[in-house]
Design a protein. Sequence first.
Length: 107
Amino acid sequence: MNIAGTIDRPLTHDPKKQAPMKPSTSEPAGSATEDVTTTGANDSRQNRTREMQLIPEALARAHMHDRLQEAERERRAMRLATARRMQRRAERASLRARRALAMAVMQ
């Protein structure tokens, strides 16, 4: 099945392989001055490269990578804070045990 491409969805994205624009049959020839050159059209088509179309996706990927790294840093900081808190709690428990032992020995 041969389906002609449209402006939004051309058959090929290569401007050199696309069909040249033909003058409309409803307008008489030479009715308007030609203000668009084919080289300008080709240049604008070549500007829409796959890399440019993937830029938003790459930006989103980089943003997510940064967010994941930030979340990992936060998790590490939380683990460190928890470990320090537990260490202080263990030291206080150790001191209480020492005092209790000393009190028991003294009596």
